[in-house]
Design a protein around this ligand. Structure first.
Ligand code: PAF
Length: 280
């Protein structure tokens, strides 16, 4: 497995692979890798001849009062996960390599970035679209892999590649969970013991919502209330949002007709966690 911090080096590797007729899969990450990321890398390894993993905590997608400085980082641990999953190249640039001194260009998206996470994180998706566009231009992959845990991000990236005619297949991969149902996330490390137990309420409340939909409930308002009530049974929680929207265009709906995305963001203490399910 190769490791580089330099854009030119990534390009050199990929140019050589493409010359040899090899396909290239790409897994963009912010590091502190867990089994969710590992499953993306393993899927990419299965589908492609070569796999690049980027590890870059992108300052542009964090708001002023968000956790950029505290975001967990452990590059040695990340290298091991990538190695075990059989990645071929890690790209771990510094911010100066990605943005230089004068950076004036942004990739932004309307409509589907305004609800859900975009409501409480107004600059987030501009940062995500900009950095992912840059990474796509650097790595030039055939396929790129994103987890469904960030369902809105997955929808946004798919739309961006469509709108900007990027010739890259975007592959969505299932949420990987702990044994008690908590979705794997780098931010789970922020949870103390008590919060960790409380955090299972995200998945629990979504499951209860799913049961009511599968039982025939069609009212978005009613299912949202069921999910909210379940979350609020757990003390130390604060709801950022509970939403049910059309999948994958994230349009607001009143009546449940598949495909739909049910997505939630909840503060457990100070830690904001997200989770969702999609009914196709
Ligand atoms: O999902 C993430 O980890 C990040 O948003 C991504 C896609 C790597 C862009 O920084």
């Amino acid at each position: 497995m190769e490791f580089t911090k330099k854009i030119d080096e990534v390009r050199k590797f990929v140019r050589q692979w493409k010359k040899e007729g090899l396909s290239v899969g790409f897994v963009p990450t912010m590091g502190y890798l867990h089994d969710g990321h590992k499953s993306l890398i393993e899927k990419a390894v299965k589908d492609n001849d070569k796999v690049v993993v980027s590890i870059f905590v992108n300052p542009m997608q964090f708001g002023e009062n968000e956790d950029f400085n505290d975001y967990p980082r452990d590059i040695e641990h990340d290298k091991k996960i990538c190695f075990d999953a059989k990645a071929d190249l890690i790209f771990n640039p510094d911010a100066s390599e990605m943005y230089g001194d004068n950076f004036y260009t942004f990739v932004d998206m309307n409509i589907i970035t305004k609800g859900l996470c975009g409501k409480s994180r107004p600059i987030h998706f501009r940062g995500v679209c900009t950095v992912v566009s840059k990474l796509f231009n650097i790595v030039n992959p055939d396929k790129a892999y994103f987890g469904q845990k960030d369902a809105q991000q997955l929808a946004v990236i798919k739309k961006m590649t469509e709108d900007l005619n990027m010739n890259i297949d975007i592959i969505g991969c299932p949420i990987i969970r702990e044994d008690d149902g908590l979705a794997k996330s780098s931010r789970n490390v922020y949870l103390n013991n008590e919060d960790r137990k409380a955090a299972t309420v995200l998945n629990k409340s979504l499951n209860i919502g799913k049961i009511s939909i599968n039982g025939g409930e069609k009212s978005v308002e009613k299912v949202k209330k069921i999910i909210e009530n379940e979350i609020l049974k757990e003390k130390n929680t604060k709801i950022d949002y509970v939403e049910i929207v059309k999948w994958p265009n994230l349009e607001p709906i009143d009546v449940i007709e598949k495909p739909i995305l049910a997505a939630i963001a909840v503060y457990i203490g100070k830690t904001r966690l997200i989770d969702n399910f999609i009914l196709e």
